[in-house]
Design a protein around this ligand. Sequence first.
Ligand code: DAH
Length: 363
Amino acid sequence: MYNLLEKQYESDSMTNITSGVVGKMSMKLLNDRASPLSQLWTRIQTSFEELWPNQFSFHQNDNPIVSVKQNFDELLIPHHHPSRSRNESYYLNRHLMLRTHMTAHERELMRQGFKRFLIAGDVYRRDEIDRTHFPAFHQVEGVSILSLKELSNHSANFLHNSADANVIKLIDKACEAGQLEHDDRGLLKMALLDLHSKIDGLLRKLFGNVDIRWQETYFPFTQPSLEAEVFYKDRWVEVLGCGILKTSIVQAPLQEDGKIDHIAWAFGIGLERIAMILHDIPDIRLFWSHDRRFKDQFVGGNNSLHPSGHPVKFVPFSKYPPINRDISFFIPSQSDFHPNNLYEIVREIASDLVEDVKLVMGP
Ligand code: DAH
């Protein structure tokens, strides 16, 4: 038994939660008005409201403890999937864990009857340490359940508006494989075009004129699945994953004859990456800083925007030059050592002082 945030939990062979990560759980950055992350969450909500008034409901869940069933099983994530390993996720015990994505909350909101919603929260993954990876970060998950009637009433031309020829080609290709439960490719395509128009609208609201690239990808809970990247400082940065939810995941009433009469799309967007791009924030660990030199840069602005409407740009303040340290040690050939175990120790001892840990292979 152990105590976590004033509750008792049974520990077992899966337990691997650390005091470092528990400290992050209590920070609740989405409720801190001075955090660029909470300001971005507000901007996403106002963007949706401006673009599609009264269509989506907005939710926030500040308790990252979920069941393994919610986070993995119910989302069809296979038992051998690497994300289930103790090296990649934080477990309280074999039944409870820290959510690794906000997708874990989709089903419960659909069950409560919500059809179009966004939900934000903090998520946790054991990860390498560097400027763009941190074991705690934030995601917004979006879902829309569209009735087949609604979709067939939509004029294709209307939905095509935001999609250029490349995107339409990609969507056509993604629909070719179809989805077992939805053999009407036309409707599947309409749903994907609707999803594209929402994401494209949101990204353009946030970034203004930006290059966006779409690709097909794979997620266990969606088919087809797509990801979107934006071009920033000479490279493409992945900002979200999305797709058509597999029907076993969708929680919505069926028709009287038992037929499925809806298609649902979903997306998951990482808040840190977007905020880093918008504000030129060079290191993901800054979001967790108590340093006034960071926080004061974002208070006072209207949703971290200048009166001009442009995002406030971060001004670096580090007063120490960086230093490098080499550590080497032997690992027995039979060991089940995983680099994440070392990253965890470094994080425990040196907290956020360490900017980067690199594995350099010996000769
Ligand atoms: N849950 C995924 C992740 O954290 C992101 C994601 C992908 C969410 C596709 C979705 C989706 O809703 O449809 O990497």
